[in-house]
Design a protein around this ligand. Structure first.
Ligand code: ATP
Ligand code: MG
Length: 266
């Protein structure tokens, strides 16, 4: 049964999508049957994994939310091991209007759809849009764990407290969340601002901070342009090593089942 993890931060450009794709690939490479859910109307995650753009006929997560199509007709496999994706498109922007028409369920649209997929995967990762919105609340209400990519600069870090408050609200009012983990991103070794931000996160006692830190790395920045997760684009890069370390920690922290392939080999 799948563990569901949302990659969330209301700040833009902190590496939510990058972490979703690369963590997903890392899990898949370890035998974890992984579904990526693109829950951002920008559809960056879908673009990252090479889902064709500008095809209005292609079914997306909006069709699942509205009940117009079953998940089977929307989920696409990828060229990457154990990695599938539920793509998004621009029309997801309108989903909150549809959700508001059903006030009793408006926070649980995604939760209900994702719960129905749990028995087919070991991990489901949700890439979230950068705003406190109804879609954002839906992505928190659908998950067991929240991973917060935190860009290690002063301004990006300012929102982390408010984000943790939102997580607490969802935890108390909608559905319990089992844990929150923070991962520092865009780290630059020897740059005092980065070191200070990381120290501040670790000292604040705001939540678990992963030992793994994602360094600023040009190969990580290049890989979406080649529609490949970093492990497939440049396995020897610092970025690949960073995401491998994060993957291992997430498997342990979230108790993700690694599946038969890996279990029998060990
Ligand atoms: N470790 C890294 N080193 C260098 N560039 C990176 C790294 N991680 C992410 N990037 C680049 O930074 C940009 C922002 O990353 P990404 O799109 O993952 O952020 P996001 O939080 O999902 O943004 P949004 O809030 O718009 O959804 C992208 O161009 C990405 O390729
Ligand atoms: Mg994104």
């Amino acid at each position: 049964v799948a563990v569901v993890i949302s990659l969330a931060n209301q700040k833009g450009g902190v590496a939510k999508t990058t972490t979703c794709a690369n963590l997903g690939a890392g899990l898949g490479l370890r035998g974890v049957r992984t579904l990526l859910v693109d829950f951002d109307p920008q559809a960056s995650l879908s673009h990252f994994l090479g889902i064709p753009q500008n095809d209005p006929a292609m079914p997306t997560i909006s069709d699942l939310l509205s009940g117009q199509r079953p998940a089977d007709e929307i989920i696409q496999t990828t060229p990457f091991q154990n990695l599938s994706i539920l793509p998004a498109g621009r029309e997801l922007e309108g989903a909150d209007n549809m959700m508001r028409k059903d006030p009793a369920n408006m926070f649980r649209f995604l939760q209900h759809r994702v719960d129905a997929l749990r028995d087919r995967y070991d991990a489901i990762l949700i890439d979230t849009l950068p705003s406190f919105s109804l879609l954002f609340a839906n992505s928190l209400a659908a998950c067991d764990y929240v991973i917060i990519p935190a860009k290690l600069d002063f301004l990006s870090m300012q929102g982390v407290g408010a984000l943790l408050e939102k997580v607490r609200e969802v935890h108390q009012r909608i559905r319990p969340i089992k844990g929150v983990g923070i991962v520092g991103t865009f780290f630059r070794k020897g740059v005092r601002e980065c070191e200070n931000c990381l120290q501040e996160l670790r000292g604040a006692g705001v939540g678990e901070v992963f030992d793994a830190v994602i360094n600023l790395n040009s190969r990580v920045a290049e890989s979406p342009g080649h529609t490949k997760p970093i492990q497939y684009y440049d396995r020897s890069s610092q970025g690949s090593q960073d995401y491998e370390k994060l993957t291992q920690e997430v498997i342990e922290a979230c108790q993700i089942n690694q599946g038969a392939a890996v279990a029998s080999a060990s």
